[in-house]
Design a protein around this ligand. Structure first.
Ligand SMILES: Cc1ncc(COP(=O)(O)O)c(C=O)c1O
Length: 338
């Protein structure tokens, strides 16, 4: 209530309530609604000591028709289950995940940004070990919560390209590590490289595969894609988080008569691409204007005169139109919440 919808950024803003469930003795409790923004957590909780923590990020959108649409929550539920298996936590069943998301959105309707502002309601599910242990082992008790917060559009001055920097001195994730799941430790491991990229004047860091440093991995907290010869190309790697936005863009590219390739993408290929971009829930697509490789003294340039490429622009507009309900949802990606 009382939000300055036009000037929302991407930060935490208090809403009315959040929902929580507790796992104990092998089963999940019913959902509980609270207005508290705080947790009463045991000091020996495994999330604090051993990083047993995973989160998700999805959005709800207010349509021109006044309907609230939640985008592909089932994919986020599955990814959180995969994260839970990856670090030995109790899995949140999809039904409980769904109930929590719907409840958190419905209870905070007054915080959903109006249609036309480009802003949306960010939904943050969180799962963590809340049981006390001192030895390195999985907790016996877990907490699942969902809070929401209104966020502004990623591009305040319109859809514009940014510049990024290849990062060779930090790895985000190991080839057989946890890069393919959404656990907090990956983000802690990315902070130094992200800060270095920001301090050097770049939007984010482009990570290479941590074994050979030959192939493109991820682009900050987003997936990488490129366009060449009517083909949508995106890296395949065991340390990339499977982006739901990327999955949507691949489906849209196929729908637009393009080819899709999921494969290793060598750094040298950057010289041949027509368009490149990063994709994720926050921005849908962040077009990339320049990729700078400081160690190799190379700059790859895209987006002539600062204008994003035609295919990236089309993909971006189509996905946003589906999310806001402006285009028919032929893939069945959205759920209308009452
Ligand atoms: C490391 C990483 N890669 C990719 C993504 C994009 O995933 P999605 O499209 O599901 O938001 C995110 C954001 O969730 C991320 O944190």
């Amino acid at each position: 209530m009382g939000h300055d919808w036009k000037n929302l950024g991407f930060g935490y803003i208090k809403t009315d309530s959040n929902v929580r469930a507790y796992y104990k003795d092998g089963k999940w409790s019913d959902l509980e609604v609270t207005t508290s923004e705080y947790l009463n957590l045991h000091m020996a909780a495994t999330s604090l000591h051993y990083g047993q923590e995973a989160f998700e990020g999805l959005k709800a959108y207010m349509g021109k028709d006044g309907q609230i649409r939640v985008f592909r929550w089932d994919e986020n539920a599955k990814r959180m289950q995969s994260s839970a298996r990856g670090i030995k936590m109790a899995e949140v069943p999809s039904e409980l995940f769904h109930e929590a998301v719907v409840k958190a959105v419905s209870l905070n309707k007054s915080h959903i940004p109006p249609y036309g502002t480009g802003a949306s309601l960010y939904i943050r599910p969180l799962l963590f070990g809340s049981g006390a242990e001192v030895g390195v082992k999985p907790a016996k008790e877990y907490t699942f919560l969902v809070f929401v917060t209104p966020v502004g559009p990623y591009f305040k001055e319109g859809f514009k390209p940014g510049n990024i920097m290849i990062c060779r001195d930090f790895d985000r994730a190991a080839p057989m590590g946890t890069g393919n799941i959404k656990v907090g430790g990956n983000y802690a491991a990315s902070l130094n490289s992200l800060e270095k990229a920001h301090e050097s004047g770049y939007g984010t860091a482009l990570y290479l595969d941590s074994k050979e440093r030959k192939y493109i991995d991820e682009c900050g907290p987003a997936n990488f894609f490129a366009i060449k010869n009517n083909t949508y190309i995106t890296p395949e790697s065991s340390s990339i988080l499977p982006s739901i936005t990327n999955k949507c863009l691949q489906a849209l590219a196929l729908d637009m008569g393009m080819k899709v390739e999921k494969r290793h993408v060598a750094v040298e290929e950057l010289a041949d691409f027509e368009e490149v971009g990063a994709c994720g829930t926050a921005a849908v697509i962040s077009p990339i204007g320049k990729i700078v490789d400081p160690e190799k003294n190379t700059i790859y340039t895209y987006c002539k005169e600062g204008v994003p490429g035609p295919i990236s622009t089309k993909l971006y507009n189509r996905l946003m139109a589906i999310q806001f309900g402006d285009e028919e949802d032929k893939f069945n990606w959205t759920e209308i919440i009452k």
